[in-house]
Design a binder for this molecule. Sequence first.
Ligand SMILES: C[S@@+](CC[C@H](N)C(=O)[O-])C[C@H]1O[C@@H](n2cnc3c(N)ncnc32)[C@H](O)[C@@H]1O
Ligand code: SF4
Length: 414
Amino acid sequence: MSIISIASASEGQAPAPQHDIQHYLRPGSLQLSALPPLSLYIHLPWCLKKCPYCDFNSHAQGAGPLPEQQYLDALVADLDAALPLIWGRTVHSIFIGGGTPSLFAPASIDRLLGDVRARLRLEPDCEITLEANPGTFEKDRFRAFRQTGVTRLSIGVQSFNDDHLRALGRAHDSAQAMAAVEEAASAFDTFNLDIMYALPGQTLEQVGQDIDTALSFKPPHISIYHLTIEPNTVFAKYPPVVPEEDTAYAMLDLITERTQAAGLGRYEVSAYARDGHRCWHNLNYWQFGDYLGLGAGAHGKLSFAHRVMRQVRFRDPARYMQEALRGNAVASEDEVPRGDLAFEYMLGALRLRHGFGLRDFGERTGLPITAIQAALQQAEQKGLIERDFARVRPTERGFDFLSDLQTLFLSNAP
Ligand SMILES: C[S@@+](CC[C@H](N)C(=O)[O-])C[C@H]1O[C@@H](n2cnc3c(N)ncnc32)[C@H](O)[C@@H]1O
Ligand code: SF4
């Protein structure tokens, strides 16, 4: 998944005031020595149906066809309005997420990428990921996505067990999941499988079976998420019976052991990859890189010499299209307060097995290392990190107690 959550911006609100570029470049409390790499996130918000556990900005498709061309027009208008904020910068990765982007026709994805290439300079080896769901007519379609320039497919498998797929309210069954993975493996050099564990009624043995089935396709990358019961979902209202916490820990240990044995290293809390197949786009998020977020409800983070800004687009697809076509897609925009930068940096960086470089911390946040010295000392005393003169890494214990570790970096932390 794209790791950036799609939060809600109030739909009643007026668009964020539009500023010219001088507004973002004016003096401020920060002095960044360089701008971080830039990624592009594009949100396509429709699915065949809404899953009962999902709190992403995704909407059941309804009876008629998707308004693909109108939505693409809105995305392009959104990009055109945002161009001055990223003028002259090169894009290192693109992630087309959802929702279920594979519901869009390959010709639409081709048009979208063509429109992006016409406006932005892409790195020659720019990673372009598209999220795809099994059961969305993948025969021949995945290969057609590859031909549009998509380099990486991320498939929302979740489980290969029919009972669990039913319990999750998924639109596909295990035969469709396997067919989709085979199709992806034949069309793409690199692809990801999204798997969830700690599912309603799931046993440790069944987790082992799911992982073994996933590994039998030799995936270069797997993302594994503990099912969380999110507020305002059907599962929050009618909670299913899920495995106890101890069982869930044992499941994660089993997953880590089997993926490791198959040559996939755990490089981030939820991500496992073979060498050379780490997700560049998500690494950029975790390393406090920049990303322009286009599409309904999309989040963005952009750095300027003296400030770091966050933006959220209108969440409702119809409102988003209406506003974006007028050049007003941004529902809210805020400068990250200086006091929040260290914590925001740590939210991503401490998810990584290799942690972060002290120099990178300074470059991305504009803060001196003394700003986090006390928190680093506390984390070290608690056995949550290890460090040398150049790098800080979470320990195994730090991974197990990640939110405790991250909280130490809150500006008002004890
Ligand atoms: C934004 S979703 C989109 C992918 C695709 N639409 C799908 O569901 O197959 C990305 C991934 O987030 C994970 N996910 C979504 N809701 C979750 C939840 N409540 N708990 C844990 N993981 C979740 C799923 O593994 C999903 O594949
Ligand atoms: S298919 Fe994916 S994005 Fe759509 S509702 Fe289900 S989990 Fe959410």
